[in-house]
Ligand binder design. Structure first.
Ligand SMILES: *[C@@H]1O[C@H](CO)[C@@H](O)[C@H](O)[C@H]1NC(C)=O
Ligand SMILES: *[C@@H]1O[C@H](CO)[C@@H](O)[C@H](O)[C@H]1NC(C)=O
Length: 199
């Protein structure tokens, strides 16, 4: 009796890993046969280590006047000119981004995309743009912005919805603050503070 009991207690723990393997492999096989266009990856397999938070600070130059504008009106609605908010106007931009407020200061990239007047009751833009960085370690990396910009508010917040290169998996927000606005030409210099999580 005693020998049989001992044999059972030593055999069962030995079997547990084997049973686990059988269970696991059947689960894996069924998952594979059900769905072979996607699978779970470990973040390490993409070289993703620790998430970090970065703060970027730069100035955005929206040049609409003069001989070399960087933001141009490409479309508008029939009623745009009668609208106090220029509702329906669509502008394409390739605006320089610099380190300091002076346009001649070190370039860090371009803001490329569109903005349009999206409110009939206040001056609020829909902005869809990419910050394409050209300076230092972020050269070649981009951040994508999709947000609302009520341009006469002191500080506007726009979501960062993604990124590429060093900004893969980016998410965060940008705060925009107008430094100067030339009523005559319409040119503006806007200070940007961007807070972004990425790897
Ligand atoms: C996915 O499954 C289908 C149907 O079973 C098969 O024809 C196809 O080759 C599989 N694709 C891959 C990448 O394994
Ligand atoms: C940024 O990268 C491009 C392409 O690799 C290169 O031609 C350019 O000189 C770089 N710019 C700076 C400022 O490092």
């Amino acid at each position: 009796m005693a020998t049989v009991a001992t044999a059972a207690t030593t055999t069962i723990p030995k079997l547990i890993p084997i049973l686990l393997i059988i269970l696991l492999s059947t689960t894996l096989t069924s998952a594979k046969s059900n769905n072979n266009f996607s699978k779970t990856l470990s973040p390490k397999s993409l070289g993703l280590k620790k998430q970090k938070l970065s703060h970027l600070h730069f100035y955005f130059h929206d040049i609409v006047g003069g001989k070399n504008p960087t933001a141009v009106r490409v479309a508008q609605a029939a009623m745009t000119n009668k609208s106090p908010t220029l509702f329906g106007v669509l502008v394409m931009m390739d605006d320089p981004l610099t380190m300091q407020p002076e346009p001649s200061s070190t370039p860090v990239g371009r803001a490329q995309g569109i903005y349009s007047s999206a409110s009939q009751s206040e001056t609020a833009l829909l902005m869809v743009m990419n910050f394409a960085f050209t300076h230092g370690k972020y050269n070649g990396s981009t951040l994508s912005v999709l947000g609302r910009n009520a341009v006469f508010n002191t500080v506007r917040e726009l979501p960062i919805v993604g990124g590429t290169g060093l900004f893969r998996f980016a998410s965060g927000y940008a705060q925009a603050k107008t430094r100067t606005f030339d009523l005559k030409s319409g040119d503006a210099v806007v200070e940007y503070n961007v807070y972004v999580f990425h790897y």
